[in-house]
Design a protein around this ligand. Sequence first.
Ligand SMILES: Cc1cc2nc3c(=O)[nH]c(=O)nc-3n(C[C@H](O)[C@H](O)[C@H](O)COP(=O)(O)OP(=O)(O)OC[C@H]3O[C@@H](n4cnc5c(N)ncnc54)[C@H](O)[C@@H]3O)c2cc1C
Length: 459
Amino acid sequence: MFFRPTPIKLLQRALGRHKVLLSPEDLLTYSYDVSLERNVPEVVILAESTEDVITAVEFALDEGYNVTPRGAGTGMVGGAVPLKRGIVVSTERMNQILELNQEQKYIVVEPGVLTAQVQEEAAKVDLFYPPDPSSYKVSTIGGNVAVNSGGLRCVKYGTTKQYVLGLEFVTARGEVCYTGALSRHNDPVDLTPLLIGSEGTLGIITQVALRLIDTPTHRGTLRVAFPALEAAGNAAAEIMAVGLLPSVCELMDKSVLDAVTAYTGTKLEDGTEAMLLIEVDGNAEEVQHKMEQVQLICRKRQALEILYTDVPTEAEKLWTLRRSISPSLARLSTGKLNEDVSVPRSKLPELLLHTRQIAKRYNLLIPCFGHAGDGNIHVNVMFDPEDELQKQRALTAVEDVFKEVVRLGGAISGEHGIGLVKKDFMRLQMTAAELDTLHSIKNAFDPEGLFNPGKVLPD
Ligand SMILES: Cc1cc2nc3c(=O)[nH]c(=O)nc-3n(C[C@H](O)[C@H](O)[C@H](O)COP(=O)(O)OP(=O)(O)OC[C@H]3O[C@@H](n4cnc5c(N)ncnc54)[C@H](O)[C@@H]3O)c2cc1C
């Protein structure tokens, strides 16, 4: 008797069985990211080349699946979580450095290369790749580009988009497109900016050319304790306003400090209510000058304690509290809604005060920290996932924070993206005409709704 091979068998033949995951335990591994969203995919394809991605897209088109591209799954908004009747195309095995040009200062990589790997490769030839999401040791360049990830240094150096020179991507028809520096004809219209931050809704990125810059020769680090949150927020705003342009300007509020000091056993000056961690870089003279100016501003704003150094090993000690935030907060509760809102810098103190009121109103702990230098703050609403009423209060508190952010002229996401989690809030910050235009772009790239359908844009 003759049996016609099933579509899955044909896919396995085309790709090799080792690239097609079907077992329940394997599928479960690709069912989540760092958000609360969960959904088990029907198939996971571990692409090793652009051709594999094309095969996956063709399979999805033929069999009526939708496709979720996935890097390392460290996203916080459900972007990499598959949907109903969805397959995951993971680019984690597309992890080759394709070219590093020291003279022209660029690197071309596959999307599964880790952010840290790009930084390390650049450093080997005395060059610098500044984007540094805190997840840099595990997140992929494909994910960074798809979300336009920021990081601690983006206050001075900008986000991922400032470094993308060109892309190769696979379209929703299974064709390959090249943009920017990777296009062969110096195309007059560059599609690169549309793909950056598109969160896997327009195409699957299969190659990335990244700009590298010269490495700053010197660095200075300051850790400053303040008696009030407003004082720290105002100091950060003034440091930026006078043009000192630090390379890092991170704020921690009292709840965060309580958590990290308990975790690390650090003793702070009595009366410390907030802290700034500031880094300046450049040549030796510049660093010296900036460190002095930052100290002057912080003293004027009633700083209780200023620790500073330009010795790298000493600087690491000053970084300890900032680096301990994630594990410290994880000890406070099992549930956390981490919202990366951003407001104009001058509005930061107002937002922080308002968040404190929201915490009181809903009887929740809401530790805040983040990139104060560019007004991008992580508001962490802690809750017990087993307590349904508390979970609902946490979700309402987040909505209140978003409304306040928009009222202050800010955005509901500074760097984590929109995904599934924030899509319904897009109406708060975008007009109907703007959303319609985004829908039109999505339809032009992906008329069948193949890639991450229903994410980012509200229905
Ligand atoms: C501890 C921790 C700290 C973090 N700190 C930061 C931070 O400081 N700044 C920051 O911005 N983010 C941060 N993040 C969030 C996250 O790490 C970033 O969004 C990161 O860029 C996601 O990369 P990824 O490879 O994990 O992508 P995934 O989570 O796998 O995917 C993210 C999105 O990109 C899409 N995607 C992935 N690969 C491709 C591709 N090849 N082509 C098209 N679309 C694709 C997915 O569909 C999804 O929508 C942090 C996360 C954690 C867990």
